[in-house]
Design a protein around this ligand. Structure first.
Ligand code: ZN
Length: 454
């Protein structure tokens, strides 16, 4: 480490207790942006965060909101900025101040909205997701102090856990304020305790409702059963063609991304997912490859009579909803076409197939060769003393797609303060404090190096 890097580390350490105190004060505010919860707490949360932002030296702190597509007002977000020195980049630092509801109180070992330190962890709702993201940004800026040599815009959203309903409109409304060269999204996880990571790929989504019909009205199964294909059985045969014998997705035309370097330990994966003893994993390739780099298909809805009220009737038609997770590099529109083509070609018994509602979300992958990604990895590796890795997410972070569309030229870095035991969204959410401290050092180093310092 250079003297400058060491001075940042020392500064983060000197302020760390007060950083944890500030985080604890935020945890005490149950700002939940769901309709069923008190919106005044989200306002209180926004005000508290705005105060912390002022404390680290931002003069023009604004609490802003946009409207949702339904025309209702969105939750309050905090925006503040320091202009870039001439010729230097601007970095947008994102996190969200709203939290998930506490869930079943009985499952918590501590009070959800009272931050409590137990050994190396700080427990409480939002202690990790994502109030720690806010504090990591602020503590990194505090550590840099007057030596900050990039422009910084802070954007702390207030409705992420409620699905960010006004996010897209917010970006468009305040585009000029939020525009940046690099966007740091601190809302993900590291790979393990002590092992830092950038989240560098997210799968996309294509889902489709289908209806399969064999009759123009339902009939008695005794009077007509035998020669007539029932719509449910036809549907099962059709759905069964979506996988091959090995359990790989059998839809032609879907993309696959390169195999990730990291892999999951199978025993851990089985335990985390709750897979029953004796049930086989499906598909081929490493587990991380199947989760992050290959498509996956699941039937997530099926309209059939409940067993309790089923009568001896052959149904005329059945509806199903098919969900396809798409590998980074795939395109949701072409994936939907590939899915439709597959279904048309595999309809059994000449049944009538109709397509209904569809949904599409783009996958994302970071440009691993970009300077910002490389600087981020080096900063993480130096701060943690362990090589930083690229991890994928099998799901999506929908707002990343919005950021990409509104700011196509920006480099997006998805970092995180969570670890696999953080239990974001569950009871006993917690933050690993030594990793949190290293994450702050990493972010300070990142900002310094994006500004050409070291
Ligand atoms: Zn989050």
């Amino acid at each position: 480490m250079t003297d400058f890097a060491q001075s940042l580390r020392d500064s983060v350490a000197a302020n760390f207790e007060s950083t944890v105190d500030d985080l604890s004060a935020l945890v005490a505010i149950p700002g939940i942006a769901w309709d069923a919860f008190d919106a005044a707490e989200v306002e209180r949360s926004a005000n508290a965060v705005a105060e912390l932002v002022r404390d680290v030296g931002f003069a023009d702190v604004e609490i802003l909101r946009a409207t949702t597509p339904e025309g209702t007002p969105g939750a309050p977000a905090i925006v503040a900025s320091r202009p870039a020195p001439a010729g230097q980049p601007t970095v947008l630092l994102y996190a969200h101040h709203d939290v998930q509801p506490p869930g079943d109180r009985k499952l918590w070992l501590t009070e959800p909205f009272t931050a409590e330190r137990r050994e190396t962890r700080l427990f409480g709702r939002g202690a990790a997701d994502d109030k720690a993201g806010i504090m990591a940004h602020l503590a990194a800026i505090r550590a840099l102090g007057d030596s900050l040599n990039v422009g910084v815009t802070l954007f702390f959203e207030g409705e992420e856990e409620a699905g960010s309903p006004s996010f897209r409109n917010f970006l468009e409304t305040y585009r000029a304020k939020l525009d940046a060269d690099v966007i740091v999204v601190a809302d993900s996880s590291n790979w393990a305790i002590g092992v830092p990571a950038l989240t560098s790929s997210l799968r996309g989504l294509a889902s489709l409702d289908i209806e399969l019909a064999t009759l123009d009205h339902a009939v008695h199964s005794g009077m007509y059963g035998g020669p007539i294909p029932d719509a449910a059985t036809a549907m099962f045969r059709l759905l069964a063609t979506l996988h091959d014998e090995a359990g790989n997705v059998a839809i032609d035309g879907l993309a696959t991304a390169p195999r990730p370097e990291l892999d999951y330990d199978e025993a851990t994966f089985r335990k985390d997912s709750g897979l029953l003893d004796g049930v086989e994993l499906i598909g081929t390739g490493s587990i991380s490859e199947r989760l992050w780099a290959k498509p996956a298909v699941a039937v997530i809805g099926l309209d059939l009579p409940d067993v309790a009220v089923a009568s001896n009737t052959i149904r005329e038609s059945v509806k199903a909803k098919i969900s396809v997770r798409l590998a980074p590099g795939d395109d949701p529109e072409s994936a939907l076409e590939a899915l439709k083509k597959h279904l048309i070609e595999n309809v059994p018994f000449g049944a009538r197939l109709e397509f209904g509602a569809e949904e599409a979300g783009k996958p994302w992958s970071a440009n691993l060769d970009s300077p910002a990604v490389q600087i981020a990895h080096t900063a993480l590796s130096d701060a943690f003393g362990t090589e930083s890795v690229n991890i994928g997410l099998g799901g999506s972070i929908p707002f990343i797609a919005d950021l990409l569309e509104v700011f196509p030229a920006a480099e997006i870095l998805v970092t995180g303060v969570e670890d696999p035991d953080s239990r974001a969204h569950s009871a006993n959410e917690s933050l690993h404090l030594p990793d949190f401290q290293n994450a702050i050092v990493a972010e300070a180093l990142l900002l310094a190096r994006l500004g050409g310092q070291d």
